[in-house]
Design a protein around this ligand. Sequence first.
Ligand code: CO8
Length: 374
Amino acid sequence: MASPVVISGTGLWTPPYSVSNEELVDAYNAHADQFNAENAAFIVSGEVEAKSHSSAGFIEKASGIKSRYAYVKDGILDINRLKPNIPERRDDELSDQAEMAINAAKIAMEAANKKAEDIDVVIVACAYTQRSYPAIAIEVQGALGIEGFGFDMLVACSAATFGLHRAYEMIAADTAKCVLIINPELTSPQVNYADRDSHFIFGDVSTATIVESADTCRSEHSYDILSTKAVTSFSNNIRSNFGYVVRANDSDPFAADKLFHQNGRKVFKEVCPMAARHITEHLERHQLSAVDVRRWWLHQANINMNLLISKKLLGRDATAEEAPIVLDQYANTASAGSLIAFNLHHKDLVAGDYGLICSFGAGYSIGSLVIRKR
Ligand code: CO8
């Protein structure tokens, strides 16, 4: 029998700058006041809607988020800018996302005891790449001195789990010996900090994972991947229309629809039952039920979603130990949330413990892995 496919190392790179709800709300409210003053006549005539204030209390209650990290903080709180000020780099400099990716990759490689020559595939899987080509993954591959091949893949919130799925399949099919999957989630350039409904949702982060065969695994903490499961179902409820065709259709590249926007209520209502059903069916494949799972590393979009999903699965509230939440500190980090939770909360598991990694979000897309500590 072929030897198991394992997760043998993970890395989490946290950007140096934190932005609190209060800072973000102060900037947004100052922007709203300025907008309302500048548009006073149109607001009175009903042509323009006045902007209401945001509130740190609302944000924490509705989402569980207290702060988020930013790759570059400069500019985000400037009410005349409301976006990070990330200077353009020359073609011969490392790109921002490759830099974020390498920071997390090095941590994962050390955790898995891997050198560049041990790795033969690099997958960069995230919600956006900062350019179309050459692939960020190939840039990372070159900078780390890895031979073999690399490619980028975009599946919004499920990019990280779908990337792990591809790695699992490559190792199982013996088309790769060791895969490095990296999720450099540079979300802040796509956040509309002038939009009260979404200005607080996202943070920047980078996570990385090593997947290989158990035969080559030399790691202290490793996990058999027992199986993977994915589903997608088209929805316009989470969308960004930014893309290269914008140049050709003459639309405004800075319009609100080109940034992240969503119908949060609908997402909440539709995705929670979908995710709970998906997880139940996945566990059933292994004759497991929810109570057999020691740890749930769930996607981190909204604390109330996670509480609802774990309650649907367990029939009671999950404890923080069972289903850790990292949203308070990191916010929604697109596809990386479940892997941040994994990075911070896995070392206490003992051999034989089952765990489940699951992402859910834009697409819609859901991806999961059932794993067992070795
Ligand atoms: N401050 C104060 N009040 C506010 C604010 C605010 N900032 N925003 C809204 N309100 C008010 C509203 O006006 C409303 O008032 P009223 O009741 O008088 O009409 C009230 O608060 C309630 O508003 P909502 O119904 O909108 O509030 P919710 O309780 O639904 O919470 C959430 C809003 C937090 C957005 C919630 O709906 C949610 O989290 N839903 C799930 C969304 C989700 O998970 N989306 C996934 C997105 S991530 C993803 O898929 C990855 C995409 C790729 C990455 C993108 C990177 C940029």
